[in-house]
Design a protein. Structure first.
Length: 766
């Protein structure tokens, strides 16, 4: 029995060994590049040969921090534009608007048998062709700008319309407030305020100017933080954002009113009689006004070059007998992996991370839920609310896909919120560390509705919420991602060191603080922290020493120790976290089920609130157990025999069973669950998945599916050695390029059950 327990010493040894083994592969200080002679990977186009019925049948397109939903309906080319960070007073993530192009020659009509709409992944653009006309849409990768090139073989009258449902103030209902941070505690007269829109000549300007008082002020007051309000981060008050459309050749001719889906709108119409060619530019901005953007020609070339390089970073391809159901399923997995990775690439360099609940690609909500006849700005679970338990799944796969540069928007968000998290902790409890709650607002405080109702005498620092109380550990997953971005790609993470250490410090000081409130001693009889009350995700509540929290603390502390050791120091004292911190961490709790040793969710717990399986978090994301690691059978027992783990197993939404099956080498389950995860969604574009537990398109489903497929193809043992195809089914031929620690790019192929080729190259530092 004794050897089934992972001691802290062994854990630290394993993680340090992994890091030091990775460090044996030197990293080059230059931009990421793939040698020209290595051969280029060209992703397949994704093509439709008929127009769409409505916005739910749209196709994604984007770049930098801009996402578009593009479709053709009743002969019109229509597209939504969304940009990361366009948060209004209520913290709704607003769309920039909807554009519509109509050509009098009707080349894109339903009866045109030559119609095609193509997402050309190789250059990140959408092409629409019909008759003698073609439209090309793309977003610049290096600025927040959208371009539309229109070409017609013969002269035709063209009408270009900007459609806005925010042409007037729109009062919000209680149900509609799911799109913002008020949720069910909305104040009287809660309103989405009108935009400012001006048109003249061939240009149109639109912008939204937030009032000085926003949901931030409401939240500060509700959570009893007025005394430190002036020191807290406030990204909403007075924020201005918008855009300018320029359309040479078009002339503004007036406005008209209409209705699309369930929402009325006003359109600003521009006409171009006898058009043959035209280029439309939409420059988006935050601040006083539009910034300079490149010409369409420059943008087209440089953006296509970036997308070409993006596809050289990593890929997965499937070969084999098309008659085989497993081969067909694997092909679908690989295709949808690629399509979803394209969607993630559309917010490569945004100031704010890709949202788990639809990203930049939500469409009219009535098509996702008939009970939601709201505006196109609507999504469930908020626009500026970061539900970390879901959000993390969007970013974990970027390590192996080689997209660590795209993780910075998520890392920097936490770094911006660190002062607020630390001040909040000090204000409520008088000790150090940074408390990051679940349902975290983009200004660093708990969501005001999820914060709950507090009576006199209640701890004002707590979320009085049955699901969220005492859940603080999700921030540690992002701390681990930060450290691993360094282990994988050599990312300079110096500026994030305080974030990592203050997150660890919170647990050390807060649980000693709570223990002193209950009794005389701050630690248990073995000198360990008493993690009570705590929480095993949102599921095992009022838990004592939950395994998911212990695994998080142990792993992040060990990873940070290895990181500092590689830099020549393992001294925590500068951050008031002494070198004995790791000695105070409890052991992972185990239990016996049917005579077999399993990981326990916690030592004890009071109730089960949700359907997560935190007893398997020591497998992923914390990798204390798994293939090539101690205690593999214990983890497999947990997956196979824990009654809660079995009962809660599903491939829906953010569930992780597919990942655990792959990490444990359970190939049949891994293939089945990943196949279900990566099956085509119910909308026309395959990677637009149903709302699941959240909203459509479900991005945490896409992220968890990516992780599961990556783990089926490539894993690492604690010493840094590679395991190729560790959970891959026989009879399915595959080739992949993925990334490993130490700056390694791994290329491998399997054919007829045998690994036929493998190369490991050094990837240059980002």
């Amino acid at each position: 029995m004794k050897n089934l327990y992972l001691t802290l010493k062994n854990l630290r040894h394993n993680i340090i060994a992994t890091v030091l083994a990775a460090a044996a592969y030197p990293l080059l200080a230059a931009a990421t590049a793939v040698p020209a002679h290595a051969g280029d990977y060209v992703p397949q186009d994704y093509v439709w040969t008929s127009p769409s019925k409505n916005s739910s049948e749209s196709m994604p397109c984007g770049g930098h921090d801009v996402g578009m939903n593009v479709w053709v309906e009743d002969g019109d080319v229509i597209f939504y534009v969304a940009r990361s960070g366009m948060f209004d007073e209520n913290n709704t993530l607003l769309k920039a608007g909807r554009w519509r192009l109509s050509l009098a020659s009707e080349p894109f009509g339903e009866d045109n048998g030559e119609f095609t709409q193509t997402l050309r992944l190789a250059d990140g653009a959408v092409y629409i062709k019909g008759g003698d006309a073609e439209v090309r849409l793309w977003a610049d990768v290096f600025t927040s700008a959208v371009y539309m090139e229109i070409n017609s073989g013969s002269k035709t009258d063209a009408t270009l319309s900007y459609e806005s449902w925010r042409y007037k103030d729109r009062p919000l209902t209680k149900a509609e407030c799911q799109q913002c941070s008020y949720k069910w505690v909305l104040p009287k007269d809660c309103t989405t305020y009108a935009d400012s829109i001006r048109a003249g000549g061939s240009a149109l300007d639109f912008w939204h100017q937030n009032r000085s008082e926003t949901v931030f002020d409401f939240t500060v007051n509700r959570e009893r933080l007025d005394a430190i309000k002036d020191s807290l981060y406030n990204p909403l008050g007075g924020l201005r954002f918008g855009g300018r459309m320029t359309a040479p050749g078009f002339t503004f001719t007036g406005t008209a009113d209409g209705t699309y889906a369930s929402t009325d709108y006003r359109s600003w119409r521009f006409t171009y009689p006898g058009m043959r060619r035209a280029t439309v530019t939409i420059a988006l901005y935050t601040g006083d006004g539009p910034q300079q953007v490149p010409t369409a020609a420059v943008s087209r070339k440089r953006s296509a070059r970036w997308w070409h390089g993006y596809w050289q970073r990593s890929y997965v391809t499937i070969d084999g007998n098309e008659a085989s159901p497993e081969v067909r399923q694997a092909r679908t997995m690989a295709r949808n992996y690629e399509l979803f990775r394209y969607m993630l690439g559309c917010n490569a360099y945004g100031e704010w991370p890709s949202k788990f609940n639809g990203g930049l690609f939500t469409f009219d909500p009535v098509y996702a839920d008939p009970k939601s006849p709201f505006t196109p700005d609507y999504r469930k679970w908020g626009g500026g609310t970061m539900t970390a338990q879901n959000q993390r799944l969007v970013y974990w796969p970027m390590l192996k896909s080689g997209d660590t540069d795209m993780m910075l928007s998520q890392f920097d968000t936490y770094l911006r919120l660190l002062p607020t998290a630390a001040m909040r902790t000090r204000h409520y409890w008088g000790h150090g560390g940074a408390s990051f709650c679940e349902q975290l607002e983009n200004f660093g405080l708990p969501n005001p509705a999820e914060y709950g109702k507090h009576k006199p005498g209640d701890d004002p620092g707590m979320e009085r919420n049955a699901w969220l109380e005492y859940q603080w550990d999700t921030s540690l997953e992002f701390c681990s991602m930060i450290l691993q971005s360094h282990f994988y790609a050599g990312t300079d993470i110096t500026k994030y060191e305080p974030l990592i250490l203050e997150c660890l410090r919170f647990f050390d000081e807060h649980y000693q603080y709570l223990a002193r409130k209950r009794g005389v001693k701050p630690l248990d009889g073995d000198g360990r922290l008493i993690l009570y009350p705590s929480s095993g995700c949102e599921t095992y509540k009022m838990a004592y020493n939950p395994s998911s929290v212990i695994a998080a603390l142990r792993t992040v502390a060990a990873q940070f120790e290895a990181y500092k050791a590689a830099k020549g120091s393992s001294d925590f004292s500068a951050y008031a976290l002494d070198s004995t911190f790791t000695d105070r961490l409890p052991e992972i709790p185990l239990r016996t089920i049917g005579g077999d040793t399993c990981i326990a969710p916690a030592v004890v717990w009071a109730r089960i609130q949700n359907v997560e399986t935190p007893q398997l978090y020591p497998v992923f994301p914390w990798r204390m157990y798994g293939l090539g690691r101690p205690g593999l059978q214990t983890a497999r027992n947990t997956y196979l025999k824990d009654p809660h783990a079995v009962e809660m197993r599903t491939s829906k939404g953010w569930k992780q069973d597919n990942i655990w099956a792959a990490c444990l080498g359970l190939t049949d389950d891994a293939m089945r669950l990943n196949g279900e995860k990566f099956a085509d969604g119910p909308y026309r574009f395959p990677a637009f998945w149903d709302p699941g537990y959240d909203w459509a398109p479900d991005c945490n489903r896409g992220g968890s599916a990516m992780i599961g497929l990556q783990e089926m193809l490539l894993q690492e043992s604690p010493d840094g050695s590679l395991m190729l195809f560790p959970a891959w089914p026989e009879g399915v031929d595959a080739t992949f390029r993925l990334h490993a620690t130490g700056g390694r790019t791994v290329n491998a192929s399997i054919k007829n059950g045998k690994i036929t080729s493998k190369t490991t190259t050094l990837r240059v530092r980002q």
